[in-house]
Design a protein around this ligand. Structure first.
Ligand code: PEP
Length: 269
């Protein structure tokens, strides 16, 4: 069935994104992507029902791009970070221009591991968001509260503030994806409740409306991330303001990631 024929239409195409972090070299990446594609084909997965994107390490991107192209595999490709600069004497940095040339569609920005281990501030995240857009990439802007923030300020104050800064100089027609990732839920096995995810995602949508306008708020996809598994994805996807998931650990296990992608087949969805 085509996406447009589905009953109970969602307003936005769901996006299931796999952040591989610093895992899988380029040879392992080929085997993984092929196996994921075959697994979805065997299960007769409807390609148009959900968008799938993978975010391999930089050194895998060219290889994965060639494979997606050659085998006509309908997965989007994204990088895990980019430089705020476009070119020049910035040893070790990667320009958005290079990512565009590799046909990357997405780039993750402001992941909590970058904020934590590389001291990325909200201003750096804003500069990288603008760099992504300058090069025709869709920034996947990550926001989320730590356990300490949760206790002190509740769930939404910190992510709302982070997104507000990231969007401050964007044009209304900017295509972005937002990922709400509570830091305490990442890699911990302890996901947020669907109710919390919905509440924060709705507030993030409000920030998009205030900064970029109502039309942008209605079309922008907001993902939940943090210990998403095949066993809990459907409960998040039932929430009206959750448009998909940013998946870390479970995106490295073919059967598990395929089951997350196929959440629409889960009982009770
Ligand atoms: C992530 O790192 O973006 C993430 C959500 O990780 P995990 O799914 O392993 O919690």
């Amino acid at each position: 069935m085509a996406v447009t024929d589905r009953p109970a239409q969602r307003p936005r195409l769901p996006l299931i994104a796999g952040n591989w972090k610093m895992n899988l070299d380029h040879l392992q990446a080929v085997a993984f992507v092929q196996k994921l594609h075959w697994t979805l084909k065997d299960a007769k997965h409807e390609d148009g029902s959900v968008e799938v994107a993978v975010f391999p390490p930089y050194t895998d991107l060219r290889t994965v791009q060639t494979l997606l192209d050659a085998d006509k595999i309908p997965f989007g490709l994204g990088a895990q970070d980019l430089s705020a600069q476009d070119s020049g004497a910035y040893t070790g940095e990667i320009s958005g221009a290079f990512l565009s040339k590799l046909q990357c569609r997405y780039v993750i920005i402001g992941h909590s591991e970058r904020r934590q281990y590389h001291a990325e501030t909200d201003e750096v995240v804003a500069a990288k968001t603008q760099a992504a857009l300058r090069h025709g990439l869709v920034p996947v802007i990550c926001v989320g509260e730590t356990a300490e923030d949760l206790e002190k300020f509740g769930a939404s104050a910190v992510p709302v503030g982070q997104l507000d800064v990231a969007l401050k100089d964007l044009k209304a027609d900017a295509e972005i994806v937002v990922a709400y990732e509570p830091v305490w839920a990442i890699g911990s096995g302890q996901a947020a409740t669907p109710e919390q995810a919905q509440d924060v995602c709705a507030k993030l949508r409000h920030v998009v409306a205030e900064r970029l306008g109502q039309e942008a708020a209605e079309r922008t996809r907001i993902l939940y991330g943090g210990s998403v598994k095949s066993g809990n994805i459907a409960s998040f996807m039932r929430e009206p303001d959750v448009d998909g998931a940013l998946v870390g650990g479970a995106s490295l296990v073919v059967d598990e990631f395929a089951a997350i992608i196929r959440y629409q087949k889960h009982v009770g969805v």
